[in-house]
Design a protein around this ligand. Structure first.
Ligand code: NAP
Length: 312
């Protein structure tokens, strides 16, 4: 069996459990693709899984390779995989229960991959799948955001929030976004109509009657959000299921979801990137061997833009 370089987790814990080492190079099965990884993005879920917070929910087999955002080139196709051919440049958000993209090669299901946006390089393309498809599913699948509706996006400077702002603006909505003092200029660059500095103002003092709240923060931020949603409006959270009695008390709807891989959404998102309607934001690029440092940086938070591991 051939080997490859990869970052693996042998036991759950802090960033120090990420080991850069040799691992078996995978082979694609039926309906699967072997991708030569060019770049893999770091997401909060990578750290949550590394720390063991999701071991009861997702059946990981140790040692495993984290990282579920990938951009790369198709190396070989498994039997029955006909959508792509060797040499295609693709990106994917892969299934959390399988080995991830902190490696020279990854096997993905053909149904998870789409051609990457042509107008950006692999480092930027890897920064798109999880955050953009989560924002897409929140705004369009769960909130059914329409043009001229008003949306409040919490964590608008974050990975998911920054795509949510851009997708909501593309849809024609009026966008209110919250972020720290440090990220106010960034919110304006993204195109928010009203930027709120959560360090200086309570959003619930200045925002009223929105159609949609998109909550990427939770806790007290979510608690104070119910009253800013207009009757019949919706609060969509990606950090935990909101109590349904709270929603009923305020006469609003609520939703929580775990984003799912969706290649047709990635294909739509790639078109929007190539049309210049939305763009990925990369803050830091590190070599694969520095995955541990990447996780340490990610856990500090606050930088606008994603941390991406350069592989090929
Ligand atoms: N359910 C799902 O399927 C799903 C999918 C993706 C992500 N998630 C979860 O969603 C959350 C966000 O993910 P992400 O990738 O966007 O994370 P991220 O890139 O780390 O962004 C988090 C953002 O939160 C902002 N923030 C912190 N406290 C805030 C507050 N009180 N008010 C407003 N903004 C605040 C930070 O901005 P400042 O620096 O300006 O404070 C930061 O930009 C994570 O918990 C992640 O695990 C869930």
């Amino acid at each position: 069996m051939e080997n490859m370089k990869a970052v693996r987790i042998h036991n759950y814990g802090g960033p120090e459990v990420l080991r850069f080492e040799d691992a078996p190079r995978p082979t694609p099965g039926s309906g699967e693709l072997l991708i030569k990884v060019h770049a893999a993005a770091v997401n909060p879920v990578d750290g949550e899984i590394r720390a063991g917070y999701m071991k009861e929910i997702v059946p990981f087999v140790l040692p495993f390779i984290p990282g579920w955002d990938v951009s790369g080139v198709v190396e070989t196709t498994g039997s029955g995989a006909t959508k792509f051919k060797k040499g295609d440049e693709v990106y994917a958000r892969t299934d959390l229960s399988r080995n991830g993209a902190y490696a020279e090669y990854i096997v993905v299901k053909e149904a998870e991959a789409a051609l990457k946006p042509r107008s950006v390089d692999h480092l930027h393309s890897a920064a798109i799948p999880i955050v953009a498809s989560t924002a897409w599913q929140a705004l369009f699948d769960h909130a059914a955001l329409g043009n001229e509706q008003r949306i409040l996006i919490h964590g608008a400077a974050g990975g998911v929030g920054s795509f949510a702002v851009q997708l909501a603006k593309w849809k024609g909505a009026y966008v209110i976004g919250t972020a720290s003092t440090e990220n106010q200029a960034f919110l304006r660059e993204l195109g928010v109509d009203q930027a709120i500095d959560y360090e200086k103002a309570r959003f619930d003092d200045v925002v009223h009657n929105v159609d949609v709240v998109f909550d990427t923060i939770g806790g007290d931020t979510r608690e104070r959000s119910w009253k800013v949603v207009k009757k019949g409006g919706i609060l969509v959270s990606i950090v935990g299921p909101p109590p349904s009695d709270e929603a009923a008390k305020y006469g609003v709807r609520s939703a929580y979801f775990a984003a799912q891989p969706n290649a047709s959404q990635l294909a739509e998102i790639a078109k929007l990137v190539d049309a210049g309607k939305i763009y990925p934001i990369v803050d830091t690029v590190l070599p694969l061997a520095e995955a541990r440092h990447a996780h340490e940086l990610a856990e500090k938070g606050h930088a606008p833009g994603k941390i991406v591991l350069k592989v090929a």
